[in-house]
Write a new protein. Structure first.
Length: 139
């Protein structure tokens, strides 16, 4: 908003509401160790700060293994190379072993993690409200 990225400041407030909804859904999935939606597959969620610098998606089943790597966002590189997939899978396994498990009900790591996210959203909401108020005063 400070950079005037939104024509209508209310759009930023609406976006925050959607972000809150996504976080609530993530909390639910982490607690239940299960994805929401039609398939409802199992989910194990970790927090590892090193991963924030990488955008890698591994997707696979018995017949096919794929890797997607963000390149010049929103573009990505896609590969079905077995060696690259195995290397990336091992790398992610190492990261998971050093990460914090967020899945499972009553998980203190998850409580701390999601509380931090909620706090960041609250700070953003206050900034947006302040900017909206400031814009209203200028009219």
């Amino acid at each position: 908003m400070e950079l005037r990225a939104f024509k209508n400041p209310e759009d930023a407030a609406s976006l925050i509401t959607h972000i809150e909804s996504v976080i609530s859904n993530c909390v639910l999935m982490a607690e239940q160790c299960k994805k929401t939606g039609s398939n409802g597959g199992s989910l194990t969620l970790y927090n590892n700060r090193v991963l924030h610098t990488n955008n890698i998606i591994l997707a696979g089943n018995k017949e096919q293994k794929m890797i997607f790597i963000t390149h010049d966002n929103p573009n990505f590189i896609y590969s079905e190379d077995d060696e690259l997939y195995k290397y990336s899978e091992n790398w992610l396994d190492k990261l998971k072993s050093s990460g914090q498990l967020l899945s499972g009900s009553q998980n203190p790591n998850a409580s701390d993690y999601f509380r931090t996210l909620h706090n960041k959203v609250e700070i953003a909401k206050k900034k947006i409200r302040g900017l909206i108020s400031r814009d209203d005063e200028m009219l």
